[in-house]
Design a protein around this ligand. Structure first.
Ligand code: APR
Length: 252
């Protein structure tokens, strides 16, 4: 568990009013009841996410992939933001230099009030035409829970829709990459609730270090990046951020 001395080091850094960027992963939504990908509840009907979240899996069996996403959308629709989302949203509101980059597709940061979220892996609440037909926009929001049909169909070409998320083997939107890289030009970079296993998201920490940022990791477990991080706060995001809250409110 992180100590008061550890937190004091972060508070000291905050006192210099640094440009701050936060990268979040599934661990930030764990307390809201959204299963993490590599935790003990990461399976769905004995399928690993990595087997379903790929263009090949969708090509092979769009109905199976949409069954999984429809199940996740129904799960997430029943979840509310937790203390970690709330503290980050308040931090975002009070600090104009604050940027939040998330790997999460659940939309809970936005629901908590964080604005201008950089959605590194897209959103489970958006859909795209699988054929990218000329009449359809690149992506649009679809909140329907449950989905009216599996797979849902494109209203413009009647072909299948696909989830508006980034799958394994797919590139990240260049505009999102550009915004994220700009955000690594900061003085304080926190990586919260991510196993730091999936790139290029996990590479943002090293980029921030190269730009001279003081790096902080908040996670109850060690990650492959922990040894290179300036300050590791070993604990749950909702607990650590809640403890930080009073000092944060005085500084920002
Ligand atoms: N607070 C902070 N961290 C937590 C908490 C918590 N309450 N509970 C769990 N964690 C940590 C775990 O220790 C783990 O390091 O959250 C991390 C979750 O790791 P993953 O399940 O791998 O999720 P994530 O890092 O977001 O995965 C990255 O992989 O599957 C793809 O696209 C998917 O965006 C996802 C990416």
């Amino acid at each position: 568990m992180s100590t008061d001395l550890d937190l004091a080091r972060l508070v000291e850094r905050l006192g210099t009013r640094p440009r701050t960027t936060v990268l979040t992963g599934a661990g930030v939504s764990a307390a809201s009841g959204v299963p993490t990908f590599r935790g003990e509840h990461g399976l769905w009907k004995s399928h690993h996410p990595a087997e379903l979240a790929t263009p090949e899996a969708f090509e092979r069996d769009p109905a199976l992939v949409w069954e999984w996403y429809d199940w996740r959308r129904q799960q997430i629709a029943a979840c509310t933001p937790n203390r970690a989302h709330a503290v980050l949203a308040e931090w975002n509101r009070r600090d104009p230099t604050f940027t939040l980059v998330t790997q999460n597709v659940d939309g809970l940061h936005e629901l908590a009030g964080t604005t201008d979220v950089v959605r590194f892996h897209g959103s489970i609440w958006e859909v795209r035409c699988w054929r990218a037909c000329a009449a359809s926009p690149s992506r649009w929001r679809d909140d329907s829970v449950p989905l009216p049909s599996i797979p849902p169909t494109c209203p413009h070409c009647d072909g299948p829709l696909r989830p508006g998320v980034v799958w394994f083997g797919e590139g990240i939107d260049p505009a999102v990459i550009a915004r994220s890289e700009l955000a690594t030009r900061c003085e304080l970079f926190l990586t919260i609730g991510t196993s730091s296993l999936v790139y290029p998201a996990a590479g943002l920490v090293q980029q921030a270090r190269r730009h001279g940022a003081f790096t902080v990791e908040i996670n109850p477990e060690a990650t492959p990046l922990s040894s290179g991080i300036d300050l590791v706060l070993r604990g749950k995001a909702e607990d650590v951020l809640d403890t930080l809250w009073p000092q944060l409110m005085q500084i920002t």
